[in-house]
Design a binder for this molecule. Sequence first.
Ligand SMILES: NC(=O)c1ccc[n+]([C@@H]2O[C@H](COP(=O)([O-])OP(=O)(O)OC[C@H]3O[C@@H](n4cnc5c(N)ncnc54)[C@H](OP(=O)(O)O)[C@@H]3O)[C@@H](O)[C@H]2O)c1
Length: 264
Amino acid sequence: MATAMRKLAVVTGASSGIGLELAKIAAKEAYDLIVVADEDEINYAADELRRSAVNVEAIRADLATSEGVTALIESIKGHSSQIELLMANAGAGLGHGFLDQDLDRIRHIINTNITGTMQLIHAVGNIMRDQGSGRILITGSIAGFMPGAFQAVYNGTKAYLNSFSFALRNELKDSGVTVTCLMPGATDTKFFERADMLDTSVGQSKKDDPADVAQVGFDAMMDREGDVVSGLKNKVMAAVANVTPAEMLAEQHRKMAEPGSGKH
Ligand SMILES: NC(=O)c1ccc[n+]([C@@H]2O[C@H](COP(=O)([O-])OP(=O)(O)OC[C@H]3O[C@@H](n4cnc5c(N)ncnc54)[C@H](OP(=O)(O)O)[C@@H]3O)[C@@H](O)[C@H]2O)c1
């Protein structure tokens, strides 16, 4: 009797936060996993995921680089299981005014959030289209609806991903492959610390639980939805942003993200 082909899920940025929670859900659903991040922590995350008795491969790669993404693509192609889920979640933010930011860090943010994500989705999207099945989840953000004064580059990358996601979804509509965009609001992860935004109002605000956010995104991907904003408050923010002038949104964002805007 032929055994059923095992199915593979790939999660980028799976060492912490939303990505780790997405990987835990995929493990619970009995997918084989490839998990990826830039630092050693990905190996600890993989050990934790293996407790769900699934096959887990951990890859340490800088997804801001072409070499890093190529290494991941080679692992996906060489894997014995067929890729069914791609969760392109790796991403990072960067606080402070644009002119005060370091240009190398700016490049790294753009290359992680956009360029590396494009290279990965281009390769995996082709594999999925050829096999006639697959689901792609892109972690965008409600930040993509607002010009992000004091986080301008990051919000721009998320506006790109929010838009790209719907465009690719449309192109693939008869292919068996679906694309879903998860748009979280402020979530309790390492994100704000890494973006050097702990002294901002948004950095100090009450945040969503990454496990809840991941579940909302995973369910939307499995239901082949176009997008999902996690949480009622964020849904209201997204709806209001759609009808608010950009000038006003940028001013509101300044109040949330300007260094020192948090309570002392
Ligand atoms: N937290 C929020 O408020 C929020 C809101 C909306 C959207 N998001 C999005 O959610 C996604 C996950 O972020 P998070 O909040 O869960 O933050 P997080 O805890 O900082 O997780 C980010 C993950 O991405 C990985 N990563 C970052 N740059 C990478 C690179 N160049 N190469 C490989 N891996 C890289 C990190 O691994 P390393 O530590 O190894 O670099 C980590 O695993 C991001 O796309 C973020 O933009 C977050």
